[in-house]
Design a protein around this ligand. Sequence first.
Ligand code: PMP
Length: 551
Amino acid sequence: HAPSDKYSIALAARRRSYGPNTSLSYEQPLMIIRGDGTYLFDEHGVSYLDCVNNVSHLGHSNTEVVAAISAQLRKLNTNSRYLHPDLPRYTEMLLATLNTTTTTTNNNNNSCNTTCSSNNSTYSNKKSSTNCTRHNSTPEGCSSNSDSNKGACGSSSCSSTKANTLQNLEVLYLVCSGSEANDLALRLISVARPGATHVAVMGGAYHGHTSALIQLSPYKFWGTGGGGRQPHVHVVPCPDPYRGENLDGRAAARAVLAAAERCGGRLGGFFCESILSCGGQVVLPPGYLKVISERPRVGRDLYDELRAARVVLVADEVQCGFGRCGEAFWGFQTQPGVAPDIVTMGKPIGNGYPLAALATTRELAAAFAAPGMEYFNTYGGSTAAVAAGLAVLCILQRDGLQQHAQRVGSYLLYGLRQLLQTHEVVGDVRGLGLFLGIEIVRDKASKRHAPATARWIKERMKARRVLISTDGPYDNVIKIKPPMVFGIREADMLLREFREVLEQELTADVRQKLRRREDELWTSVYGPRQAKYRENERQLFQGGLSPQARL
Ligand code: PMP
């Protein structure tokens, strides 16, 4: 289709009147006017398979979520300074998912058959529950208490549930975005650990768009237009299991503690995503955060090491939470023994309605409250936001989407891994559940990052009506993180089109052109960026980081 007038007008107006450093995806941006499930539709009605949107968790335009929010908006939408039964109903239900570890190992194919009532709506399971009849929950069962033996399904008898006694995340704050949640985490840390103003983050991480969080985001401060690292921020070199680099979490913990000290500071917080998303869909190596089976124990691991120094441990679950990882409801629960002090969440939590949250321990919440300053957030915890959150959580659990992500994700991972053997540019395929990454390289021997090829694949997939994105510090990792209603049919479509792009379109000629482009990009953008990461690593581990050293 040639661009319509409507398209050209919208593009021109957007360029004229919207912030110039906001981005549009694709060389020829798409005009998307409708969404349904895991598909998006342009102005001509052409459908695109959406493998990008990890916010529309239950699918685009989910009618039940829309109905729940609309009903609440018609009745009341006010802030959290009034008592409303849905707020504690929601917070307790959400907290219950954090204080358990769930695996799908023994789980049934279907979800627990949960009926969940909010003040406005009832989300009942309309599907017949074939395998999980034991878990019929009452409405009260779903508006759960914080029973720490309950699984994400909300049922205390679910065979997939195992209690994790390490967790005690008992207090929730509701905010409006992932950035607000992480910014609030910083505030908690500054009050609970006065004077410990230094913060450690992972290489390649992004934690949000506020002034404070850009400083905690190497993705931005070492990215294009970034202003460099601030002296109070210490960057843990991102583990790269594919290349066998930086796999020792304990050494990293010691290095950042020492670096803060050398700079005359003290580390107050450590922010880490449970799967490093902007870092390039990196699954942390087993035991990286928490060694659980070392015999004899040789000192402490990263989490122990930092906790012993009273560093507050923050798990940023904004991208990977809410069942996306499949084997557990939260990303950190996929790593045995990992017990963060703060968990921040956002994106999928409201299926697109602006809602986010921070969960923490009673002790940290008390410390934050101790000075007596009120925490207020106009829209955070508003009645409509709570209605959105409650609907999402109930439907997610009722429809067993975590287990679905595990099933479809494993299928997709298997299919993608077949391509490793036959395609030189597919260097690595990794991830959990419906949170996958395909690392595109120049060739298997060199493992050199190939951002131009990754971008080219993204464009070719779009031409075939499949939307994927690229990410990572070198922008060479194709990310797959679709709405959770993505099924086997969609997985087959993605696999087919991806294979055909590699087999039919990536000819020797195209590869040669792309190689030239790779060289240009490496010289102008990615080489200098890698030099910063390498220099940081050198300074951190060789003790060369001086108070003046700035990258
Ligand atoms: N943390 C992570 C890991 C994120 O990916 C993002 C957003 N991409 C944020 C925090 C910030 O969330 P928001 O854009 O909702 O402020």
